[in-house]
Design a binder for this molecule. Structure first.
Ligand SMILES: CC(C)(COP(=O)(O)OP(=O)(O)OC[C@H]1O[C@@H](n2cnc3c(N)ncnc32)[C@H](O)[C@@H]1OP(=O)(O)O)[C@@H](O)C(=O)NCCC(=O)NCCS
Length: 170
């Protein structure tokens, strides 16, 4: 009997040296991929968390988050197409939570309304939608879904379309 394939990946800090491999994943993942300069900019910020998922020392996924005031913005999460649906994206997000969660820590992100895979992953990680930004994406004028997660049960996102639905939920 054949054993099911197992993904044995590790998560570590994303380094400048990872950028070249990340760009290959970017180009397979996004219609408007990040440039090298965008990765360098995020890595240079003192209030950023940049994580790499590797298998046998090969980069197979990454996450970039930056903190503005009290809110962590998840700027980029991407997994190599050959390694998707193996828990890597959600593990990167949970590692961000492990590193950044405090008593009142908030996280937000924008995601294309058509990106069902990412929306499901974020929901599974505790994010909830709180409205849209119409025409947010320049390439096709697609709307962005705005999602939030907070460690504070009483937190209500500033742009929540249904503020009362947020109270008491995580
Ligand atoms: C979105 C993305 C990062 C998910 O990474 P991943 O490692 O495949 O995600 P996970 O394996 O951790 O999946 C976690 C959950 O998300 C959901 N999910 C992931 N991919 C899915 C898909 N293709 N269809 C439906 N649900 C999906 C599932 O609920 C999954 O849990 P399950 O496998 O137990 O059912 C990956 O598809 C990707 O890199 N996409 C291109 C880049 C992108 O869109 N990034 C997000 C930009 S905002």
């Amino acid at each position: 009997m054949n054993a099911a394939p197992q993904s044995r990946f590790a998560i570590r800090k994303f380094e400048i040296a990872d950028i070249a491999d990340a760009l290959k994943i970017e180009h397979q993942s996004f219609p408007t991929p990040w440039s090298s300069a965008m990765f360098v900019l995020e890595l240079s910020k003192s209030a950023s968390i940049c994580l790499a998922a590797t298998e046998d020392d090969v980069l197979i996924g990454y996450l970039v988050a930056a903190r503005y005031a009290q809110v962590w913005h998840v700027m980029n999460v991407s997994v190599d197409p050959a390694n998707r649906r193996a828990g890597i994206g959600s593990s990167l997000i949970h590692e961000l939570f492990r590193l950044a969660d405090g008593e009142r820590t908030h996280y937000t992100l924008e995601v294309r309304v058509s990106n069902v895979a990412a929306i499901r992953m974020y929901e599974q990680c505790g994010f909830r939608s709180a409205g849209t930004r119409p025409g947010y994406y320049a390439d096709n004028r697609e709307d962005a879904l705005i999602m939030w997660r907070s460690t504070d049960d009483n937190f209500v996102p500033p742009n929540a379309t249904n503020p009362t639905e947020w109270k008491g939920h995580r």
